[in-house]
Design a protein around this ligand. Structure first.
Ligand code: UTP
Length: 276
């Protein structure tokens, strides 16, 4: 497998769980202390060697593009008044060689449909996917861990999290013959989106993926699934018929910031240093 240099960030969802906050502001721009959620994930990708960030956006997400564009007027004012630290916060060195590309998802037909919009930019490479509302704190980052496993095993890899029974029906859940044998790496033999009964395991896909370009063939083949949406999980399931895919239980403190509970917990976690 070649070096992984591209990451897709689907950010076209409606964010209904955060209304009214997300009526005019994308969910991904909600701040966790002083940084929007999306910047944590972009930082994670860039530090893991990603050079091109591909946002799948909608017409209401203009502020994400503004956030990663230069604001020359503000930069000049900060420099003139010697506010160097503030200047560095909006002109981040780590993003200097990063390319930001924006592709519109014209109608919100699901995560799988969002990813499919990046097909022409990925061509025949493997690539990372980061769902910015899943905030994961670790060094090495979740993305870095998945890239390492993908390169080592030469397979696609989905990031996993152990989820308690009462919450498992919110996620894509994997099955694997390796579950009794391994602690972290599982060769998938099945995956199901939001199982409403009899989940195959307590291992849920959580926010990070490294997939080969073959996924696009399967995304093009599948019909709408759960909630009438084109589900990435269904494409992964179909791809399993022809390709090995691993799941990796990565290390990190995980916050599902797409839910209010997870968002509040993330802020409390990051704020604890400030309060002590
Ligand atoms: P979610 O299931 O969290 O949906 O999408 P959502 O619309 O963002 O939030 P709620 O459920 O209405 O509160 C998972 C990821 O897929 C993206 C979202 O932006 C999020 O990163 N997505 C979802 C798209 O880009 N397009 C879609 O059509 C659906």
């Amino acid at each position: 497998m070649k070096k992984i240099t591209k990451a897709v960030f689907p950010v076209a969802g409606l964010g209904t769980r955060f209304l009214p906050a997300t009526k005019a502001i994308p969910k991904e721009m909600l701040p966790v202390i002083d940084k929007p959620l999306i910047e944590y994930a972009v930082e994670e990708a860039v530090l893991a060697g990603i050079e091109e960030i591909i946002f799948i956006t909608s017409h209401t997400k203009r502020s994400i593009q503004d956030h990663f564009d230069k604001n020359l007027e503000l930069e000049e004012k900060l420099l003139k008044s010697d506010k160097i630290e503030a200047f560095q916060k909006i002109n981040r060195k780590i993003f200097q060689n990063t390319t930001f590309t924006y592709v519109k998802q014209k109608s919100q037909k699901g995560l799988g449909h969002a990813i499919l919009q990046a097909k022409h930019l990925i061509q025949n490479e493997s690539f990372a996917i980061l769902l910015a509302d899943d905030l994961i704190i670790n060094d090495p980052s979740a993305t870095q861990q998945l890239i390492n496993v993908a390169l080592k095993t030469n397979t696609s890899v989905v990031g996993l999290n152990k989820v308690p029974k009462e919450h498992i029906s919110r996620y894509g859940v994997i099955s694997s013959a390796d579950i009794p044998k391994h602690e972290k790496l599982f060769l998938l033999n099945g995956i199901i989106e939001k199982p409403q009964s009899n989940p195959p395991s307590n291992l849920a896909v959580f926010g990070r993926y490294v997939l080969s370009h073959h996924i696009f063939d399967y995304l093009e083949k599948i019909d709408p699934g759960f909630a009438g949406e084109i589900q990435l999980t269904d494409a992964i399931k179909l791809m399993l018929e022809d390709h090995d895919i691993n799941g990796y239980l990565y290390d990190g403190i995980k916050f599902d910031c797409g839910s209010k509970e997870g968002y509040v917990k993330a802020i409390a976690h990051l704020a604890s240093d400030m309060l002590s």
